[in-house]
Design a protein around this ligand. Structure first.
Ligand code: FES
Length: 154
């Protein structure tokens, strides 16, 4: 859905809808572009500075496109207790980027999220929409290496 259509679906215009609007745009576009922020600001009568200020407060928003391989890592309580920190550390080492960033070649991005609803199977990661349960740091080089090979030779 185009940004204008998303905005139009939030009527009457209410500033309290800012976060749901940004969520809808990100769901559709994959991230919040400058253009999306400007249009949302015009629609709600808010400055872009205010919108950036609020949106950066929430971990869920991205301001650059995700990588072709995007990994969500659960760091909710249960996954944390089952070792998600070491999974996050390993992914950071392999990709060389921080959560919320995209690698220069556009191949990788990752984010840290809270509970994905599969606590008994943690730590859990979601790789391009596929869940991997009970993930261990030592599995990651192989898993990411295979994906990298597939995407680079696509
Ligand atoms: S805490 Fe990770 S799935 Fe619930």
């Amino acid at each position: 859905m185009e940004i204008d259509k998303i905005l139009e679906s939030y009527k009457p215009v209410r500033r309290e809808d800012l976060i749901p609007i940004l969520q809808s745009i990100q769901e559709n576009e994959g991230y919040l572009s400058e253009d999306a922020i400007v249009r949302t600001g015009r629609y709600l009568g808010l400055s872009t500075t205010k919108i950036y200020g609020l949106a950066t407060f929430y971990d869920q928003f991205r301001f650059i496109p995700a990588g072709r391989i995007h990994i969500s890592i659960c760091n909710g309580t249960s996954c944390f207790l089952n070792g998600s920190r070491s999974v996050i550390t390993r992914i950071k080492e392999i990709t060389g980027i921080e959560p919320g960033q995209t690698s220069r070649d556009g191949l990788f991005s990752y984010e840290i999220v809270s509970c994905m609803g599969g606590c008994t199977n943690g730590p859990i990661i979601l790789v391009n929409g596929d869940y991997v349960s009970h993930v261990r740091p030592e599995q990651l080089p192989d898993l990411i290496g295979k994906l990298k090979y597939l995407f680079e030779n696509d």
